[in-house]
Design a protein around this ligand. Structure first.
Ligand SMILES: C[S@@+](CC[C@H](N)C(=O)[O-])C[C@H]1O[C@@H](n2cnc3c(N)ncnc32)[C@H](O)[C@@H]1O
Length: 283
């Protein structure tokens, strides 16, 4: 899948890494908003005791910690991410929850895994594939480290128009700020299931299944919505943090109007929908 002209993958990865390091603790705190999606992915992975699992782009290990519980006592989970601050947050939470024995953490770029061939029964990759400058290379790596017959379970955002959780904030940014000098790859680039199927097939996966997962996030006010967006989107959080405070205040105020369409039925706060696709594939 092609990237925008002038795009610099190294710079992009550095910005994502800095952004996700910046928001590590807040990302973990906001995880409850996406709990239904996490459960759908973990169930689709069909985890069982004794399995070896790689959770790629693990963030603060939300999927990894639950996976560790499902493969215990003899299984093992490796949580891996490009942002070491995310992994530190995950390791701390794993220690607090007492699941550190079956769970390890190691920083890695998903496009270049220093892991042996055929060494995992399962690979998980929640809300990550669209972030990689070379997603096809990352999928090839995922298949390489899976044993033949092993299973990949990943999630991506669905089509833009049904993910106001992200697109309302993006629309607001696009309206009020100059366009970025170098466009970033869209987080919706696998929202069309055909694009996802094509990428998985090209990487050599078989027995594909794509399942939609709809969920709704409730926010008491527009400020909470905006903060939740920043706590989810590392690159955007990093870029916006460099803006003058006055511009950030303007953005926060502007999103209030955009959210009117999502006012909750009882008038108290907002209910904002999202659709993700969960893909299951066999190596
Ligand atoms: C939206 S978070 C998803 C975290 C977690 N998988 C989940 O389901 O909540 C995306 C994660 O991808 C990581 N990431 C971005 N680019 C990466 C890369 N090239 N290799 C590995 N991880 C990467 C980020 O640091 C971030 O933790």
């Amino acid at each position: 899948m092609s990237t925008p002209a002038g795009f610099d993958p190294r710079r992009f990865k550095a910005q994502e890494r800095a952004g996700f390091n910046r928001i590590a603790a807040r990302y973990a705190e906001g995880a409850h908003l996406r709990a239904d999606l996490a459960t759908a992915l973990l169930d689709a992975a069909k985890l069982a005791p004794g399995q070896r699992v790689l959770d790629l782009a693990s963030g603060p290990g939300l999927l990894a910690r639950e996976a560790a519980a499902r493969v215990a006592p003899d299984g093992w989970v490796l949580a891996s991410d490009i942002a070491e601050g995310m992994l530190a947050e995950g390791a701390q939470r794993a220690a607090d929850e007492g699941c550190a024995d079956t769970l390890s953490f190691a920083a890695a770029d998903a496009e270049h895994l220093c892991l042996p061939d055929a060494s995992f029964d399962r690979v998980l990759a929640g809300l990550a594939l669209f972030m990689f400058p070379h997603p096809q290379q990352a999928l090839t790596e995922m298949r390489r480290v899976l044993r033949p017959g092993g299973r990949l379970a990943l999630s991506v955002w669905g089509p833009r128009d049904v993910v106001p959780l992200i697109s309302r904030a993006q629309d607001c940014i696009a309206r009020l700020l100059p366009a970025p000098k170098v466009p970033r790859p869209s987080v919706f680039r696998f929202g069309d299931a055909d694009a996802l199927v094509s990428a998985l097939t090209t990487a050599g996966f078989s027995d594909l299944r794509i399942e939609p997962c709809r969920f709704t996030c409730h926010f008491a006010d527009s400020e909470s919505y905006w903060q939740a967006f920043l706590d989810l989107a590392g690159g955007a959080a990093e870029a916006l943090s460099r803006l003058p405070e006055a511009t950030q205040v303007t953005l926060r105020a502007a999103v209030t109007g955009d959210l009117e369409a999502h006012r909750s039925a009882d008038g108290a706060g907002y209910s904002v929908d999202a659709l993700a696709l969960v893909a299951i594939a066999q190596a």
